[in-house]
Design a protein around this ligand. Sequence first.
Ligand code: FAD
Length: 390
Amino acid sequence: MDLELSSADIEFRDSLREVFLGEIPADIRRRSALNQTTHDDIVTSQRILNRHGLAVPHWPTEWGGKDWTATQSHIYGSEMQRAGVPQPLAFNVSMVGPIIAEFGSQEQKEKFLPSTANLDIWWSQGFSEPEAGSDLASLKTTARRDGDHYVLNGQKTWTTLGQYGDWMFVLARTNPDAPRKQQGISFLLLDLTTPGIERRPIRLFDGSAEVNEFFFDDVVIPAENLVGEENKGWSYAKFLLGNERNSIAQVGTAQRIYADLAAAASETDTGVGTLADDPAFRGSMHSLKTRLLALEATQLRVTGASEHGQASPVSSLLKMEGTQTLQELTRLRMSAAGSDGAIVSAEGDLVADPAATASAAQYLNLRKLSIFGGSNEIQRGVIAKTILGL
Ligand SMILES: Cc1cc2nc3c(=O)[nH]c(=O)nc-3n(C[C@H](O)[C@H](O)[C@H](O)COP(=O)(O)OP(=O)(O)OC[C@H]3O[C@@H](n4cnc5c(N)ncnc54)[C@H](O)[C@@H]3O)c2cc1C
C-alpha cells in the first residue's frame, strides 16, 4: 500500500527503519502494537529516538528539530506507527514543546526544552474542565496574580496519563472581566509537586485508568512560569492545534492494524474456509484499503500545503476520517478474534493469541479517538464552515 517514493525518500525511509526496528526493543514495539504500552516503554523509546535526533523533528532546528520536507515528515510519522514504535509523548513534543519554543522566554527554553525532548519531564495537558470541553473558552479555573506569583484555583479533567505527570501546562482565567471569554486566559506551567494539588484517577470501560481529574486549591505558580503574554493563552492554545497535523490521521497505525487483521483473517477457520474468503468480510477489507489509500494521499497533500503553525481546515477531515477508519479496523479485528477476544485465565493472564486477546480492550479504548482533540461532531462543524462554506 506504499505511495510511490523517490529514491532519496526511500533511502530516508530505510534510515528511519534502521532506528525504529533496530534500536527500539522488539518487546516495546509488541506491547505498543497491542495498545499495552507502559510508562517505562514510552520513556525508553523516546530517549532512544532523542539520542538519534528523532524525538522532536518538527521543533525549530536550534532545539533539535530537522528541516525535513513535507514528504519526509509524513514518512517519519507513518513509518514509526507502522513499526509499532510508541510515539514520542504528544504532550511534550507536539504541544508544550513547540509553544515554549515559539512563545517562551529564553530562560524557559533553556530550562524546559532539552528535558522535554528527552522525556526527563513528563508533561500533562490541563485544558478541559467539567463544563468546558468542546467549548473550552468557557473554562473557569482562575489564576489570580499576587505579586510575583499566581494563585490557581479550580478543576481540570480527562487529564491523560496525568498519573505520571511531573509538570502540567494549564489554561487558566487571569482576567474574569475580559469582554470576550477567549480573552483573559493565560498559559501557565505548573510543577505538579506544588502543595494544594489533588489528583483522582477516572476508571474507564476498558478497565484502564489512563485519565484523571486534578483539583487546585490556592496553588502557587511563580510568575516566571507564565508563557508569553498574560491573557494571550487562547492564541497559544490555537497554535498548539497546528502542530498535530503531521500524524493526525494515524495512517501508519491503521496500516499496521490492517496487516494484522488480514493475517488473522487468513488463519481464522469459518467451517467453510477462512474468514478472508468470506465475501462480506472481504468487502469490508477492500473498502478499508481504499479508505486508507485516500487518507494517506490526502494527508500528504495537506502536510505539503500547510503553513508553519497554521492548522489547515483539511486537518479536521483527516482527524475525522482517520479516527473513523481506526475505529472500524479495531471493530473488525475484534470480530475476527471472536471468542478469543474475551479469553483470559482466572489469574488474568493472557491465554490466547495476544493480538486477539487485546482486540476487545483496544476496540473499547479507541472509542476515545472521536472525542478528544476536538470531537468528530466539532470537526464536522469546522468542515461545514471552512471547507463547504455553509
Ligand atoms: C480519553 C480522553 C482523554 C482526554 N485527554 C485530555 C487531556 O489530556 N487533557 C485535556 O485537557 N482534555 C482531555 N480530554 C478532553 C477532551 O478534549 C474533551 O472530552 C472533548 O473536548 C469533548 O469535551 P467534553 O467531554 O466536555 O464533551 P462536550 O463538549 O460536553 O460534548 C458532548 C457531546 O456534544 C457534542 N458537541 C458539543 N458541542 C458541539 C457542537 N458545537 N456541535 C455539535 N456537537 C457538539 C460533542 O461532540 C459530544 O458528542 C480527553 C478526553 C478523553 C475522552
